[in-house]
Design a protein around this ligand. Structure first.
Ligand SMILES: C[S@@+](CC[C@H](N)C(=O)[O-])C[C@H]1O[C@@H](n2cnc3c(N)ncnc32)[C@H](O)[C@@H]1O
Length: 257
């Protein structure tokens, strides 16, 4: 009898908590933000393919591929290379089945089929979305990117603090399964680097681009880091400036002028 009573108490509590969470204002607002972000165009693939034409790219590298049908296979470039340890997609049909750290270490030591003097024209960093790892991926990429080339970062513009949580696997935040991770922090940091220029296209969860060359619309943040503690609320208030958030369509027009 006690057992049955406890069962119904648990059931009632599950319903009450579930209902209050589901109707919570943060949940509703965040769900709206996810819908709005998903509606933005173009997607990363269009942007990458366009940047490939801008520099007449011969060598493309993608770090973090998952299902290649979603992006990698749609990239139009003469030579394409892919790196992924195969955490999220069992088949993992990539060239280099390893983490980006191992890939760059082996590339540096000439332990791969491609040689250490290779220059990539476009590198798409879309592996582990934790700022510390993204920073390493950017630093390594800078050694192998052509002087005119583009380093592209996915997921740089989290719509809410929940989208930029550190733990991907926690699906019960208001952002549910949508996840930017903390990639934005790496972009924001590198936006202060001398000799680097950047922009973030306001679509597909934020497509950040870093280059050694100052393309139209690309800029650098001068002076000390304003958002010293990398707080989401500060990003949210200043995201246009801190990320150099631009519409891709406007940027194409700027490039043509
Ligand atoms: C967001 S998915 C990539 C999506 C893909 N680029 C696209 O545009 O559809 C992230 C991928 O990064 C991979 N990954 C995780 N940690 C990594 C690491 N340290 N180095 C390289 N790839 C990593 C995962 O296995 C996963 O397949």
């Amino acid at each position: 009898m006690m057992f049955l009573k406890q069962y119904f108490v648990d059931l009632l509590n599950t319903y009450r908590i579930g209902k209050s969470v589901y109707s919570d204002a943060y949940f509703k607002r965040t769900a709206q933000l996810s819908v709005l972000e998903n509606l933005k165009k173009p997607r990363r693939t269009t942007i990458i393919n366009h940047l490939i034409t801008v520099v007449n790219a011969q060598n493309y590298l993608e770090i973090g591929v998952r299902d290649p049908g979603k992006n990698f296979n749609r990239i139009q470039c003469k030579n394409k290379f892919s790196v992924d340890p195969g955490i999220e997609f069992e088949d993992n049909p990539v060239d280099f089945k390893m983490t980006s750290d191992t890939f760059f270490k082996k590339l540096n030591n000439d332990e791969l089929e491609i040689k250490s003097n290779i220059k990539f024209d476009v590198i798409f960093i879309d592996g582990l979305h934790i700022s510390d790892q993204v920073e390493k991926d950017i630093l390594n990429s800078l050694n192998f990117i052509d002087d005119d080339g583009f380093i592209i970062l996915h997921d740089c513009n989290p719509p809410s603090e929940y989208h930029q949580r550190e733990t991907y696997n926690f699906m019960y935040s208001p952002a549910r399964n949508f996840w930017n991770g903390t990639t934005w922090k790496a972009l924001y940091k590198f936006r202060h680097a001398n000799g680097l220029y950047s922009i973030c296209f306001d679509c597909d969860w934020g497509v950040g681009v870093i280059s050694k060359k100052q393309y139209p619309g690309f800029n650098t943040l001068k002076g000390d880091i304003e958002n010293k503690f990398y707080e989401f609320s500060v990003l949210n208030e200043h995201r246009a400036q801190h990320l150099n958030l631009q519409s891709f369509e406007n940027w194409i027009t700027l490039l043509k002028d």
